[in-house]
Design a protein. Sequence first.
Length: 631
Amino acid sequence: MTSAPPLAPLTTSEALPLDGHLIHLPPAPPASLATATEVVRDHLTRLGARFGPGSGPWHGGGMGPVRDRYATPGPETVIGLGGPHSAPGTDLTLRGWPTGDPTPFDETTAQAATGLMALHGRANGGPRPLGVDLLSTLGGVAASQALLAAALSGLRGTPVRSARVSVVRAALFSLGPYVAAATADEEPEEVPSPPYRRAARPPFTSSDGVRFEVEALAVQPWRDFWRAVGAPAKDIANSWRSFAARQARAASPLITTLAQCAGRHRFADLQLLAERTGMGICALRTLADRRADSDVRYDDDPWELRELPRDLGAPQPAPRRGARPGSLPLPLTGLTVVESTSRLQGPLATSVLRALGARVIRIEQPGGDPARGAAPPAGGASARFAALNAGKEVREIDIRTAAGRRAVAETVAEADVFLHTWAPGEAARLRLDEEDLARARPGLVHAWASAWDRAPDGPRPPGTDPMVQAWSGVADTVRTPDGNPAPSLVTLLDLLGGQLAAESVLAALLARESGAATGRLRVDTSLLGASRVLLRPLLRGLDDAAGAPPAPAGLVAPTADGLIAVGPAAGVTPADLATAPTATWLKQLHAAGVPAREVVTDLAALPQDPTLSPYFTHDGYARPTPPWSFS
């Protein structure tokens, strides 16, 4: 097969999906929504949108009385995206808590109320905030998705005048697999008991003081490595199951002798043993290390959107599919997405696209995805798997065979998007890359959600969430209670990476529909790209003098009857909080305008929370509803 022509990046304003669109931002969005608002602004401007005209960069014209409409003090902010050439635009209302909840919002209290703090704390001895604004970032990406979907819907004949997004609802939707496991009717997941939370877990420390993460995707490398390190066979066997399930359960209590044995070897020797046995190993890198990398110095986009020009022989783009007359469809109604994905990142991306109205066809190996059998069950299948894949059509195809590859091409022939999470080079090896599939479907958007994408150079560790956290500097911000860097066992890069993959597909569809791109489109996202988005506020300080990452804002402490999270500048101490019940403190703090929330310690309680219960449905497990609404 001849090699494909090089893909040209969409780098000029004429080629960007939002060329001609204007962003209208409030002059001063609420401080609590600053991170989410900045994500929207950053992503939309990277896709070609520009600030609307007016008295300053936070004002715009052409969509009505902008100064009054977008200057919104209080718990929400309004972001406008005006269409090109005075076409109707969309107003997006972004809130912290869902509509109807008037309490003050901030990242720390949102992590407490959504169960993220409890999930992260499973490996740290109790609920503990993350050192990064994960939920606000997810909320910003969800808001960007809503505006891109609205712009696409308008081009397809159904203008969207307004949309609403809540940071907390976006968080719950992303955390759906964890909530599903905790609420499965048949056999809810058991959280590790407190004594095991204090057991040893990666990262380990070598004899020369290097903290490192390990990864094994099969039991044999795990056994061989730890035998070579000198661990007892019984402890190796007893720790494997817990290690293999650590990302799903956000906990990994291992036998302490593994850490002790690792601590007897220099890191260079451990690297040699890992290479010999097939074990993945990665030293934890600091933010200072990460700042020196080329993709950070040049502030790369979260995605890479590329086009194969028509003059190189690409087919014409697929025709637009308008909405049915008289209907009020979701923005992606009438579009079809085909996926070949596993784990969390890819399935979450397509679940977002399905929630926006797309038909999703899932390609699985003969016999079905092995993840269907993972505990806990709900309705005869894994609750976690169902949370990501409910409502998708499934076709079992062996893509390793010629007949299977033909079946993939036939499936793609009526699709608009093909998304996969295969290993680097696998699409070309299978002859199912963007050029091959474009023969079956002109105008197809070919999307790849990977771990590392273009960086780092040279050999790469296995592309799992903890390893990318270790390499990217995320682990340097997500620390243990004793202050040591450590990846979170919450798959935070998979969660954000899946949302970014969905956002990138929406941008590519918009580029195709608007005519900004006239050839084949390919869009790549990665867990490493997700880490750049998450750490951007820290990585933008490019000098090493920036020092250690800041401690998480706010306070988490016991009350007389529970556990409370309080926002910054509350003026209370842990000793104060212990003197009264949680309800008393919540009333006082909210009256003073201070963010405060009871810490959810059991995810099974989320659907019973009076303020959150309207945002769940139940089908053998609790399923969070999508974070957007359109009108």
